[in-house]
Design a protein around this ligand. Structure first.
Ligand code: GLA
Length: 383
């Protein structure tokens, strides 16, 4: 893949590029908690976007999306949202550097990779993070990973229109092979948690449903959570986000919440607790207990937070019937994309058989199944 991207760059621009990569991510537990200042437990994976970049002297940003076979260019003096959706992820990142007072000289970029699109593995975050990392290195700007993570997140807000939390960009930037990242989304303190996968595998199954509803419903969930916080703040001065809320607080004022906002908020409070308990289970190497928290997370996402869909629910229901599957849940924003399942290594083949026998994607084909390995975050690719 690296060679393919590099060769394309040589072919189009006729010179040798610098090479960078940024991975997609999985999240073991802690879904929709990031923008509620809670905890998340993501990891970078071995599926990634590769970047070939080099400064040019034609005063333009020239981009080529290898997987689409499409190009885009714009003058360096005209950094603005364009009509080309994919280019906006890159332009959005450039705009963040500029807004922060940095000069971003003209450059060429070819990018592409194997993070499946719309599968909930955060291909967009990988593109944003990879672009930020490449710009920083190419022009020696010396910006920290944390700051670049925030640039990448803001690019998603301002140029893609999704008010996402920080989890995806953080994991793509800070991931570490063999470890999950336990991130406190309020303080942004994080801890690498070793995950001994000797006997287990993380298996993703793609529903084949593209999460088209995701951005509008995503922003709606954020607003519902904020509405809940507003109510609690009338009674509890210490509550600045749902991170600070407890079920007792919600129950004491449930009549004010209305059914929908109550369910949204209670899911978030419970999911945060599940993550903390889940980390304890992992620290004890109790994968069976961790798996139960994953199932609990899916139940909450499906019934209370209502970001699942029949296809995701079906995949989880099948997972439950297979001996050796310890846990399974929808992953990411929802409304399609993948499930993530924790499976005993020796039972992966059984799991795949059961999925293929019991599930077809909306176009009638077998679902894509990916066994993912936890890898490192964004970096330079040495030649
Ligand atoms: C998307 C967002 C993340 C996070 C997840 C849900 O992936 O980009 O910030 O909110 O959904 O956990």
């Amino acid at each position: 893949m690296n060679e393919q991207i590099k060769n394309k760059f040589r072919e189009i621009f006729g010179c040798e590029p610098q090479m960078f990569r940024a991975p997609g991510r999985v999240n073991l537990i802690g879904e929709h908690t990031d923008y509620n200042c809670g905890f998340v437990l993501p990891a970078a994976v071995d599926k990634m976007i590769i970047f070939a970049v080099k400064p040019n002297n034609v005063n333009k940003f020239r981009f080529y999306a290898n997987d689409l076979g499409e190009s885009f260019e714009t003058s360096v003096d005209n950094i603005a949202k364009s009509d080309t959706a994919w280019a906006n992820y890159l332009l959005g990142v450039v705009a963040q550097f500029v807004a922060d007072g940095h000069q971003v000289p003209a450059f060429d970029c070819v990018f592409g990779g194997n993070v499946p699109l719309g599968a909930g593995m955060s291909s967009s975050a990988a593109i944003e993070v990879g672009m930020a990392f490449a710009i920083n290195e190419m022009f020696g700007l010396g910006i920290s990973r944390l700051k670049m993570t925030k640039f990448a997140q803001m690019a998603e807000h301002e140029y893609a229109g999704v008010n996402c939390g920080i989890m995806d960009q953080f994991a793509s930037m800070h991931g570490k092979a063999g470890h999950v990242v336990r991130l406190d989304c309020r303080s942004l303190d994080f801890e690498y948690f070793p995950l001994d996968m000797t006997n287990y595998r993380l298996v993703l199954v793609n529903t084949g449903v593209k999460h088209e509803l995701a951005s509008s419903e995503y922003n709606k969930r954020r607003a519902e959570c904020e509405a809940g916080v507003k109510i609690l703040q009338k009674y509890y001065s210490g509550v600045s986000s749902l991170r600070d809320a407890t079920m007792a607080m919600l129950d004491a004022h449930s009549n004010e919440f209305g059914d929908v906002v109550y369910r949204r908020c209670s899911y978030i409070v419970e999911e945060n607790d599940r993550l903390i308990d889940g980390c304890k289970a992992l620290a004890d190497n109790d994968f069976a207990a961790f798996g139960q928290f994953m199932y609990g997370s899916h139940e909450g996402l499906s019934r209370k937070y209502e970001v699942s869909c029949p296809e995701l629910d079906k995949l989880v229901a099948i997972a439950r019937t297979v001996l050796g599957v310890l846990g399974s849940r929808m992953m990411g924003g929802g409304f399609g994309g993948c499930t993530i399942s924790l499976v005993e290594k020796l039972k992966v083949a059984d799991f795949e058989c059961a999925i293929k026998a019991g599930y077809k994607t909306p176009d009638g084909s077998e679902p894509d199944i990916y066994e993912v390995v936890i890898g490192d975050g964004a970096g330079r690719i040495d030649s």
